[in-house]
Design a protein around this ligand. Structure first.
Ligand code: ZN
Length: 240
């Protein structure tokens, strides 16, 4: 569950990211009552199994069962702020058109690591940003130089608007657009995030300095390619 809107005293609408229906809106009645059986399942960021009925264009809950409510997320402002930013990205891009893909898996795995505190939040943010953009068809080409087509092993220049890299030889100071010089370790991290299997996606480390550079590059990539400034990102950055 990635967003909620309260209606009256006891009801709310929730937006739920599903495996193959995209984001759907569900009407939840009586969720504020003490001991409401749907209460835990319909909390923000809860991962739940829903049995739904559809009337007109609205879904209603027949039954719901929480699978993971990511409890430790709720007690940490930085964690919940990052999760809110990731939700805003999903809500902005994924509609209810029956999106097929790995977005739910990516979102859940990232929430899991945000929640358990075993990976730096800054790294998780970059992993989500790059993999999310790749999943929705906006994968940058960070493998070969877009000018000479050589595989780049050294550092490179990332031309963020075009989603391409130039090698040191092909880059010139006259190249246009938002350009970030990226080190070999940041380049390697970007490639790993794009290509890795999901079970290895989160298994790498970067120095603090590289992590900061990666984070800067990945969020610029998101902002420029989705043409949107995310308030939740600004808030997250204001508190870390
Ligand atoms: Zn080149």
């Amino acid at each position: 569950m990635i967003r909620e809107r309260t209606v009256g005293e006891t009801s709310k609408f929730i937006d739920v990211l599903t495996e193959n229906l995209g984001v759907i809106e569900i009407s939840v009645k009586g969720c504020k009552k003490i001991n409401s059986k749907n209460c835990a399942s319909t909390q923000l960021f809860a991962y739940s199994k829903f049995c739904l009925k559809k009337r007109k264009d609205m879904y209603y809950i027949n039954s719901a069962e929480p699978i993971n409510i990511f409890y430790s997320l709720r007690t940490d402002l930085q964690k919940i702020s990052l999760a809110s930013y990731l939700s805003e990205l999903v809500l902005y891009v994924i509609g209810s058109d029956g999106y097929e893909g790995n977005i739910l898996k990516l979102f859940l795995n990232t929430l899991y690591f945000i929640s358990n505190g075993k990976r730096p939040l800054e790294l998780l943010k970059s992993i989500f940003e790059v993999r999310f953009m790749s999943e929705i068809g906006l994968m940058p080409n960070v493998f070969t130089c877009s000018n000479c087509s050589e595989y780049v092993n050294e550092g490179a220049y990332f031309i963020i608007h075009d989603g391409i890299i130039l090698c040191e030889q092909c880059y010139s100071v006259n190249t246009d657009g938002v350009i970030k010089k990226i080190s070999p370790s940041v380049l390697c991290a970007l490639r790993h995030i794009i290509l890795s299997e999901y079970n290895k996606l989160y298994n790498f480390k970067l120095s603090k300095e590289s992590q900061r550079l990666l984070s800067d590059v990945t969020e610029q990539y998101v902002i420029i390619h989705l043409e949107k400034n995310f308030n939740t990102l600004n808030f997250y950055k204001s508190i870390v």
